[in-house]
Structures are given as C-alpha cells and as structure tokens.
Write a protein that binds this ligand. Sequence first.
Ligand SMILES: Cc1cc2nc3c(=O)[nH]c(=O)nc-3n(C[C@H](O)[C@H](O)[C@H](O)COP(=O)(O)O)c2cc1C
Length: 347
Amino acid sequence: MFNIFRRILFLFEPEVSHHLAMSALQALAAFRWLHFLLRGFRPRVVDPVVVAGLQFPNRVGLAAGFDKNACYLRAVHALGFGHVEVGTITPRGQAGNPRPRLFRLPKSQALINRMGFNNDGMESIVGRLINKPNGLIVGCNLGKNKDTPLEEAYLDYLLVMERFYPYVDYFTVNVSSPNTPQLRQLQESAWLKGILDPLIKFRCRQNTNRPVFLKIAPDLDHRQILEVADTAISSGIDGIIATNTTLNRSMLTQDERSIANQYGEGGISGAPLAELSNQATKLLVEALGRQLPVLASGGMMKAEDAASRFYLGSPIVQLYTGFVYSGPELIYRIARLGKDRTTIGGL
Ligand SMILES: Cc1cc2nc3c(=O)[nH]c(=O)nc-3n(C[C@H](O)[C@H](O)[C@H](O)COP(=O)(O)O)c2cc1C
C-alpha cells in the first residue's frame, strides 16, 4: 500500500509532498485513526533501552530535520518511532534557503538538501511541546541563526537549550549541517568547547539531568573524529550522533552525480551515505569504548543497515531518508531487530 502512496507523493515537489503526507498522517493520528489503521498489522514495538540514563521505548527514532517545527508529534508516535528529534531550532525563526532546496535521487535512494535551518524559531515551537504524546521521547536539536557570527554562536545554542529544558527529554548540538555557512568549523576543538561548556554548566544548575549529544559530520577525517571524541569526553556530554549528511558525491553513479550537480549544492543523505556513516560510527565506538554511546544516523534504508550499526555497538538508530523511500514498514522492522539480542551484539 505504501508503494502506491509513495508513487502519488513522488509526483509532487519533495517539500510539498513531505508536508502533505505528514499533515494527513497528523490529522489521522489526532482522531486515533492512524493508530487503528497501523496497529492491526504493525503493532508498536516496545523494546525499552536506556541510553545516557534516559529510557527510550525502542531503538528507532526519527532524525532531526523531518519534524523541524514539532508539528507532527502525534503522527510520529503513531507510526511507531520511539523518539523524534525536533529542529534544528534556532533562537529566531528563519526562512532558510530559497526553494527548491530538497531533491530526490531515486536511483541512488538518496536526497539532496540545502534547507538552511528553516524553522519557526524557539518561541513558536516551544508551545507545541506542552502536549507531546505520552511515551514518545522528544529531543531538541540546537542550532545557531545564519546571521549569528561564530564568536556568538554559543549564545544561540544556550538560549534554545534554556528555553526548551523543561519540555524535552534530551538535546543534540548540531555543528555538522553543511547548509549554514561556516557551521562545520564549530566542530574544531576550541570552538566546540566554547559551545559545550556553557551548556553543561547550565545543566549542572538544573534539578533534572537531560542528556546532551553532539551530532557530527561524516566528512571529518580520522584525526578530526578522534579529536571530537576527546572533546566530547572532556566536556562531559553524554554521547555522539554519527552522522549528519555528506558533501561527498563520489559514491554516486556518474549519471546521478551529474543530475545532483544540476540540482546544485547540498548534503546527501540515504544509501550513498551509509558507508561513510558506518566508518565514523566504527571509529567512534572504538575510540570511546563504553564511555559514551554512539547513536547512528545515515543511510539506514533496510533493516540490515540498522543491524550493522547495532552490531558495531550503537544502541539506537535514527532514520530520515530510509523512511521517505521505504515507509512505515521500515520502522517496525528495525524496532523488531532490537528485540533480537544476537543482532545487537553485546549491548
Ligand atoms: C531534508 C533534510 C533536512 C535535514 N535537516 C536537519 C536538521 O535540521 N538538523 C540536523 O541535525 N540534521 C538534519 N538532517 C540530517 C538528518 O537528520 C540525518 O542525520 C541525515 O539525513 C542522515 O540520515 P538518513 O540517511 O537516514 O537521511 C536533514 C536531512 C534532510 C534529508
């Protein structure tokens, strides 16, 4: 059935079909019809796992950028995701890059995006979290406004964290999106410490401990990844999300690469990202041992892709492009995998 929906949705421009599909699912979920429709053949998988002291209902989540403005939480919950990362959220709302800015590469099972942190801004979004569905873990992905200089970036991250602290379960520091000029420079140790330290200091003053994760780019070399791991440990954050989208287009077929180049700049997600994300995950798991968890994001198109991350040692995976191409079935298949202890190694 999903294949028919996907064919219809793929007739529209990607951003339009995204909002059409999610608004329809959210409306169905509001009357609990979505739960009713899905439960018969894909019951919600309950497989609790504790990561960084937080109990997630199962091992599969919706990656940042899909529900940027926290508009589709009921639908996300009804679909069977254990968690969702809303955002990236910046202090002030911003329009992002001009449209079109999201493109499909169906032969490669990939997307290209240069959204540029379009979001409604923290004040508009925070109100939508007051009635978040019970049993859905909600993370807040933190970012900086485009016009905030790097020297003041830490203030943007801190402002959003302060505002969302009572309403979400965890935070992710996003310094790895390729679509905000210079943002990735913030992955360098000195900048990174300057951002993470104030967040951790703020957290120490709160009564509740909310985990803070750091999301990294797949385009870092090995030395840079190890530096990030060091900074993460010394700053007191709780885990790393590997990875965001890639600027590397070398793994696309020649045909797809020339189509991609016509679409212009942007980060690649989906199947072509899987190997890079896998490598980054492996390196980080080895470097961090069991000191910090490495959550996996990037190129999970089939349950087998998630199985390989579980096997490497990731306790949790996040989907974006795989959900677009494979639909809700993939959520169920991956969540079920988590129940099979042999698939997830020694976790
Ligand atoms: C259209 C689009 C928008 C995204 N926006 C964000 C974002 O705002 N913040 C972020 O941290 N990651 C963002 N991402 C990256 C995803 O969260 C995810 O890390 C990446 O797409 C790799 O996973 P995938 O291969 O399953 O798509 C975005 C990805 C896409 C395709």
